[in-house]
Write a protein that binds this ligand. Sequence first.
Ligand code: UDX
Length: 431
Amino acid sequence: MKVAVIGSGYVGLVTGACFTLKKHEVVLVDVVKEKVDKINKGILPIYEPGLDEIVKEALEEKLLKATTDYKEALENADMVFIAVPTPSKEDGSLDVKYIEQVASQIAETLEGLKPRKLLLVMKSTVLPGTTENIFKEIIINKVSEEWKGKLSFAMNPEFLREGIAVEDFLNPDRVVIGIEDDYGKDLLSKLYLDFVNEDKILITPIKVAELIKYASNAFLAMKISFANEIGNLSKSLGIDVYQVMDGVGMDKRIGRAFLNAGLGFGGSCFPKDVSALLNFGRGLGHKMLLLDATLQINKEQPKKLVDLALKRYGSLKDKEIVVLGLAFKPNTDDIRESKAIELIKLLLDEGIKAVHTYDPAAMENAKKYLSNNKIKYHATLENALSSAEIVFIATEWQEFKNEDLYEGKEVFDGRRVIEGKKAKYYEGICW
Ligand code: UDX
């Protein structure tokens, strides 16, 4: 099939590229010409394991191209996926400005094309009602009567984790397809049956699909905050919460995944999606207590690690401190809502003399965001570690897991990276 994908970020680029694995022809649209030109040369704006090879092969087979031109993307498309950002507003509510812009742009483009059956699929994470009452509404109100009768709308949320997005696309637990008519159901089922068995495809109304995405992320975030709440309790009892969660997770109704206590959740999804759902629910008169607590617990975790050091040293004023890790999780360069960044800010608030930091992938991004002259970005892990005795571990990069690195160090571990066998002093945030 011929597929257009509007937005070539983490979701659009991975999704579009993976469609070409089954010989579908994909046109990616992005507003940033530089990004478009680079993709067409096989130079990707993001790093995802396996994506490079997929894009290169797709370009060679002429199955993939990027463009800034909506007409070029839509004129032959069987379906159009919308995968643009849906960021948070200051108050944590959802900002749909890009969805609205894309809807207008699609409507204007369609006016220049001969009306034909066309499926428009929302893939961006949007609150229940957005696809039909905002995205569809804008388009239907702008296009001709003839187009009105030809357009179908659907919603197909993504469940991709950064750093493993290709794997998650190719091995999904489920493909959720929210539809309003059989046209959307038949076309999307046909597309995804190239990738999964029928038993993994869940057909729902559009609003259900929108809420499945938010409820899934909110539940995963809640699991993490639950692990941290039990972790904080365990810490005060001298109990290892990882052993507790190993036992809890053996219950197949619960599952061990996403019960790792630590600094809490960051990234471009969980904080944003939980806040958006919380605000949305409150706007409808619901207290949303569980989501509120999930965010509260998450907010307080980094300070717990700083408090351990304050308890040991009395004060951190004028101390030099190593912070290992800047990315919000390993195997990505992404620092959005990173707990490591929050931790560094808290340490600076304590009047420390310097933070010596290292991250295998995220330093360039962090430098744009953290320019305090007390922060020393080191080119190697060894250089950072040799700069001070007190070490905070904030991201669980594989290369941080060597116990020998911490010989003679005083370590405060936020991510269960080591056991502290060689450290002069070791303490974990919740263990
Ligand atoms: C998440 C969802 O997993 C994915 O399904 C959705 O499509 C997008 O949002 P992502 O944000 O890329 O993916 O990362 P994820 O691996 O889920 O981790 C999110 C955050 O939770 C990270 O900061 C991670 O450190 C933290 N985390 C994860 C924990 O603190 N404990 C855990 O047990 C698991």
